[in-house]
Design a protein around this ligand. Structure first.
Ligand code: T3D
Length: 262
């Protein structure tokens, strides 16, 4: 396993999985520019490294991510919030959505404010029993950002989104599962292994996983005709892959396919 450590985000590569561990546990992994840029960089690395086939994002300590660090940045700055969002938050969210490899948020504790947005931007959310989700923005007089107003209504509908965003109440892991905010809830001690097992399964998938992500992401803003066209283009691309040839050959030979992601 290759491990590199930065003060704020730990990166490890193992078995085709890049794990990004937010590492500011004393503030429940509050987001600074350095953290945001490190997550964006991690996604760039995953995009350019063929050996990496899935990404896990998780937090050190008892929190997943408490959103913008209110001590070191926002509280003191009070200027050009738009520029800050554009320069640091938007690139991170777009990097996760544009990465044509699965991204799993292993939500180990509270996900608040933009920390919840970060979890929502992932393709899958596996939550520990102690996970909690809070649209904390309204509690400090802000609006949801970093994609929360985009992802939330698409995941759980407008009515529930309004309730979470306007009331800012805490949603526990079981409630999040009922709402469809998370895919699975596991005991706290099993979260790392459950997230890893899920990621390993995805690393054995074909190149078309990335194309599926591209299509389903686009479909949220698309009409039927555009989507049929996008499917045609993606299917053309899929048929040129080694994995398609392997999939058909394995079917005809009555054996499990062995995909390489190419
Ligand atoms: O351009 C821009 O930057 C705008 C972008 C904005 C995006 C946003 O994310 S705005 C929303 C920012 N986040 C919040 O408002 C959440 C603030 N935190 C909380 O509400 C609570 O801490 C939690 C609900 C997340 C967890 O509560 P609890 O009771 O489990 O923990 P705690 O005791 O409140 O927090 C533990 C420590 O972490 C504590 O420090 P201490 O007292 O032990 O020294 C607390 O101050 C610190 N902490 C938690 N969240 C943050 C934080 N410190 C700085 N920034 C935080 N976001």
């Amino acid at each position: 396993m290759a491990v590199s450590t930065s003060p704020v985000v730990m990166r490890s590569h193992d078995d085709g999985i890049l794990t990004l561990t937010l590492n500011r546990p004393e503030v429940l992994n509050g987001l600074t520019d350095e953290v945001l840029d490190a997550i964006t960089d991690g996604c760039s690395e995953a995009a350019s490294n063929d050996e990496l086939r899935a990404v896990i994002i998780t937090g050190a300590g008892r929190g997943f991510c408490s959103g913008q660090d209110l001590r070191t940045d926002l509280g003191e700055r009070g200027i050009d919030v738009g520029g800050h969002l554009r320069d640091h938050y938007v690139p991170m969210i777009m990097a996760i959505r544009r990465l044509e490899k699965p991204v799993i948020a292993a939500v180990n504790g509270v996900a608040a404010g933009a920390g919840m947005s970060l979890a929502l931007a992932a393709d899958f959310r596996i939550a520990a029993e102690s996970a909690r989700f809070v649209q904390a923005f309204v509690r400090i007089g802000l609006v949801p950002d970093s994609g929360s107003t985009y992802f939330l209504p698409r995941l759980i509908g407008v009515a529930k989104s309004l309730e979470l965003a306007m009331l800012g109440e805490t949603v526990d892991a079981d409630h999040a599962l009922q709402l469809g905010l998370v895919h699975r809830v596991v005991p706290d001690e099993e979260l790392p292994s459950a997230a890893r097992a899920f990621a390993v399964r995805l690393t054995h998938g074909p190149r078309s996983l990335g194309l599926i992500k591209r299509l389903l992401t686009a479909s949220l803003d698309s009409d039927l005709a555009s989507q049929l066209e996008a499917e045609e283009l993606a299917q053309l691309e899929a048929t040129t892959t080694d994995d398609f040839r392997e999939g058909v050959t394995a079917f005809l030979e009555k054996r499990p396919a062995s995909f390489t992601g190419h």
